[in-house]
Write a protein that binds this ligand. Structure first.
Ligand code: EPU
Length: 425
């Protein structure tokens, strides 16, 4: 185990290269199992979630080679039974369901368990695969999904109580590409990661229209072929560094970003008084912290709304912004574990019923804190960069799930951070 030790108060200046998107890479890796031909996927981030996915695919029989950010998959001979030991480390393993059933007509996937950011049921994934004609049974904690005669296209409405589902849309799209006939996904998720998966599938020979809107139409094909594909930049890693720069930056430039995917975050940071300038192509952005930052109000929503995955980081910024800010998470109303740790650093936050009310304080002070999930740990790192003194962030493995080389990237822009062995765990 390791901890991150952050000595706060250093001005951030310099450049960071943003990695490929974690949340696009995971379903794209899974989708490479849809073909027996060779697939090359570039810009897969070196984060533990992507590495878990690569491991699981290997255990399912695929040959998966990784060198830097390039993953080469050959899934000629695979089986379709994943074990709990393999998938318990990562909920996103559920997105193996669609490709495995489509290709193998049967799969066994352990049901994901509880999650610190909320209940996170998979009812919509199950409803989707059933709509395509598969049977679903639960035995000893495993989902056993069978479609001995293959899948058949259908009209499926994927709206849940908290809006559309990202991985549910991915799963259905991956199942439908090899189904007989046409599938229409109503109330589909429109996140850039869903569009990236659709573009990858199209490059493999799938027929998909409407990705990025609430209605996706998929015409099933007999077979998919290999391809060479580059994953989009990680908008959440970029957003996290944008917030770091808004808190402590005097000219931080991020490369490998996509302006369009960062619109909501950019608008909010500008409204809160920070300077954000993209290059003409929208592929790099420079952030300078505002001299008179203002409080703000956010309510998370499906894309193009404000992302739930950027809620904790913005809470850290608001914690040191004068005035009252309000953060409501309507997608994961329980996703506020970071607030109790921020309070240990001196933040003034009241959380009630899926909403955090934050009264900005003059300063935070370093403290030992505990990361509880990926984005909560990012919020703690941001607060620690601003705080007076030293912060020790325990359970660093949470941040390694989704941030590539975070320590080196922060060191590169002038932060004083170090990874040390954690004797407490
Ligand atoms: N939901 C259901 N039933 C389902 C599926 C989802 O009720 O069958 C609910 C969820 O409980 C939640 C809402 O629908 O309230 C949206 O969840 P969604 O299914 O969209 O989440 P996900 O696909 O499991 C992905 C990202 C998450 C991100 C969410 C929301 C990946 C691998 N994960 O999860 O990313 O928070 O979409 O945008 O793409 C992260 O990167 O830190 C992370 C948690």
């Amino acid at each position: 185990m390791e901890k991150l030790v952050v000595h706060g108060g250093y001005t951030l200046r310099g450049a960071v290269k943003i990695a490929g998107s974690k949340n696009a890479s995971l379903p794209i890796l899974a989708a490479s199992l849809l073909t027996d031909e060779k697939v090359v996927i570039r810009h897969v981030p070196d984060v533990s979630d992507a590495n878990f996915m690569v491991q699981i695919m290997g255990q399912l029989g695929a040959s998966v080679e990784r060198s830097s950010g390039t993953v080469r998959v050959n899934a000629q001979n695979i089986h379709a039974e994943a074990t709990y030991e393999q998938v318990r480390k990562m909920r996103a393993s559920i997105c193996l369901m669609g490709p495995l059933v489509a290709r193998m007509q049967r799969c066994v996937i352990p049901l994901p368990g509880g999650c610190v950011i909320g209940d996170r049921p998979v009812d919509l994934h199950i409803r989707a695969i059933q709509a395509l004609g598969a049977s679903v049974q639960v035995e000893r904690g495993n989902l056993i999904i069978e479609a001995p005669n293959g899948l058949t296209g259908a009209v499926v409405d994927l709206r849940g109580d908290h809006g559309p589902t990202v991985l549910g849309t991915d799963n259905l799209m991956m199942a439908a590409v090899l189904a007989k006939g046409t599938t229409v996904i109503e109330s589909a998720a429109a996140e850039p990661e869903v569009v990236d998966l659709a573009n990858f599938l199209i490059k493999m020979g799938a027929k998909i229209e409407g990705a990025g809107t609430r209605r996706i139409v998929i015409e099933g094909v007999e077979k998919l072929h290999g391809c060479d594909y580059t994953v989009i930049p990680d908008r959440i890693e970029a957003g996290t560094f944008m917030v770091a720069a808004a808190m402590m930056g005097d000219g931080v430039t991020l490369f490998n970003v996509c302006r369009e995917h960062l619109e909501t975050i950019t608008e909010l940071l500008i409204k809160c008084g920070h300077s954000i300038e993209f290059n003409e192509k929208g592929t790099s952005v420079t952030i300078i912290a505002g001299k008179n930052p203002k409080p703000g109000e956010i309510k998370t929503a499906p894309y193009p709304g404000y992302p739930t995955d950027m809620q904790a980081q913005m809470t850290a910024l608001f914690a040191v912004t004068p005035g009252i800010s309000v953060v409501k998470d309507s997608i994961f109303p329980q996703r506020f574990m970071h607030c109790s740790e921020l309070k240990r650093m001196g933040a003034d936050i009241k959380v009630d019923n899926g909403t955090a009310v934050i009264s900005g304080v003059d300063k935070l002070s370093g403290a030992p804190v505990m990361a509880s999930d990926l984005r909560a740990s990012a919020a703690l790192v941001l607060a620690a960069l601003k705080a007076e003194g030293t912060t020790e962030i325990h359970r660093l493995y949470h941040i390694d799930r989704g941030y590539e080389n975070i320590c080196d990237k922060l060191l590169g822009i002038g932060a004083a951070v170090e990874r040390l062995p954690d004797v407490e765990e």
